[in-house]
Design a protein around this ligand. Structure first.
Ligand code: 5GP
Ligand code: ZN
Length: 114
């Protein structure tokens, strides 16, 4: 999608620190990290929010979770664990309207959301 910043990252029009890539998914470091490790996992298909996922996207959904597992192993956070967050629309605080999962790690999270 033309004006989508994450689509531009996918198309390599904007440079990022790529952490992981498979057929349907890419993951890269957040430009404004909220934790020692802050990775964004996104589908290559432009899907706006978690509410726009459909049955036809089941391979993409599977690949997102496959990516999370691989990234956790790659970054050595599979033992310690981590937090996953997806913001949805205005009240969820979603700023980029291209579905993404925040993977936050490298510190112990308490009851606070982040
Ligand atoms: P949201 O608030 O939509 O859930 O999160 C969007 C995230 O994307 C934010 O954490 C923000 O720092 C990150 N972000 C926005 N633009 C860019 C960019 O151009 N490059 C990278 N790596 N991250 C970005
Ligand atoms: Zn997009």
């Amino acid at each position: 999608m033309e004006d989508c910043i994450f689509c531009k990252i996918i198309n390599k029009e904007i440079k990022t620190d790529l952490v992981y890539e498979n057929e349907n998914v890419i993951a890269f470091n957040d430009i404004n990290p909220k934790a020692p490790i802050h990775v964004l996992i996104i589908p290559k298909k432009h899907i706006e929010t978690v509410l726009d996922l459909n049955t036809e996207d089941k391979e993409i959904i599977a690949d997102i979770y496959k990516a999370i597992k691989e990234i956790a192993k790659k970054l050595n956070i599979d033992e310690q664990g981590f937090r996953l967050i997806t913001n949805c629309k205005e009240y969820g605080g979603q700023e980029v309207m291209h579905l993404h999962i925040h993977l936050l790690a490298g510190k112990k999270f308490g009851e606070n959301i982040i």
